[in-house]
Ligand binder design. Sequence first.
Ligand code: SAM
Ligand code: SF4
Length: 456
Amino acid sequence: MCPAVWQCRVRSILIRAWSGLGRTTWSGQQTRFSIRQKSGPGQEGTFSLTEEAGLYLHWPYCQRRCTYCNFNKYIARDVDHNAMRECLVREAETLLRLSQVKRISSIFFGGGTPSLARPTTIAAIIESVAKWAQLPSDAEVTLEVNPTSVGASKLSEFRSAGVNRFSIGIQSLHDPDLVILGRDHTSQHALQTLEEAKKLCPGRTSVDIIFGRPGQSMESWEKELEELLLVCCDHVSLYQLTLERGTALFKQVQDGKLSVPSEELTARMYNAARRILGKCGFHQYEVSNFAKNDAVSVHNLAYWKGRQYIGIGPGAHGRFVPRGDGAMLREARIQTLEPDVWMREVQRCGHGTRKRVPLSQLGISEEAMVMGLRMTEGITHEHWKQICSEWSLQEIFTGSQEVEGLLREGLLIMDSRGVRCSWGGLAVLDSMLPALLNQLQMTASEERQSKQETTF
Ligand SMILES: C[S@@+](CC[C@H](N)C(=O)[O-])C[C@H]1O[C@@H](n2cnc3c(N)ncnc32)[C@H](O)[C@@H]1O
Ligand code: SF4
């Protein structure tokens, strides 16, 4: 998954929280990540949090514009594949050197439509990553696949290039709905692609499906999901349709030409899906993600756990410490959006970073809270200590009437493991976050005041 989605989401939640509650101006001490963690099974050595990262690569081109999508994507008649490959490889090298990470734990090729890229491009990027950092032989390497842009032979070329996980944008099994969504494939194409992917990456195939679509009823949704789960055996990402301003679908709904299910019905659809997925043996490990036989997405889990990641390609987001510059602090980075402009920048100076923002301890902790509570395991005390050694979860959440209310209602659970949402709480997480973030900001601000008083 593109980290831009999470970052936009985090930003919008933070903005909402701040506008409702009044943002503290605290910008205290910056975080130094130095806690050592063990590497995964079968891998040698230990790596500190700054020595390890995930890598996200954004392929910005699509064949057609889907009616609901506002991602950073471009419909280009002629893509200069050689120039794109050279620039992606060059930017990967530049940012890997800048971060000085020793190990890349996972790679995610997202888009746009990365299955439109040439397998040789994917291979060149993987090779370049392996040249500049340790890339364990079993590291997860995911490619997002649109059913139309691949045939079986292209999927197998991606597999030979080093991809070992496919994420297929099925979106719906109803052909009339695929037309409304502006997709250029049928459900038949999607199911064929899924079968091919399963053969190539057994146990590591994921599907994306959207609910809350125009005209969708509860009965048809339940039937559709059950049908999908007969053939999908590893991983499901479940997305509630968001009507994005500026998209064709947004306008059609605004003009009254189409209507989407009510909020109340969509919430029931989400809970019905969770129940069906559970019944079929899928474990929910995040608000939108479900895995069977522990086939979780390692790459996405790293975002939710607040780990470092490097973003390559037009519009990609990253979060890492640029140690090559002598820095000790984590930065948020965004690459230039428009592919031609981005390419010129990479050709000129080795990377197309458009914006760098140093992150404060409070900023990092806020993001970690918004992201961490999306996981069903929530935030453990140990995990929180790695992100924020200044304030414990108990310090943050004790003494707030609002938080106590959430605990009493059973929406939030706080115990010796850490803090997490209950089954009911996960469905209304967004509504709880303002109170939780407010507590975090107040704790930071009180600490700053007490430090100032001690100094004087
Ligand atoms: C941006 S797409 C990229 C993957 C690939 N190009 C595709 O379309 O299958 C990643 C996923 O985000 C989801 N998505 C994008 N826009 C959305 C929206 N407005 N509402 C809900 N889900 C959305 C879709 O399910 C999609 O599979
Ligand atoms: S193919 Fe994927 S990225 Fe491209 S427009 Fe459609 S949803 Fe967006």
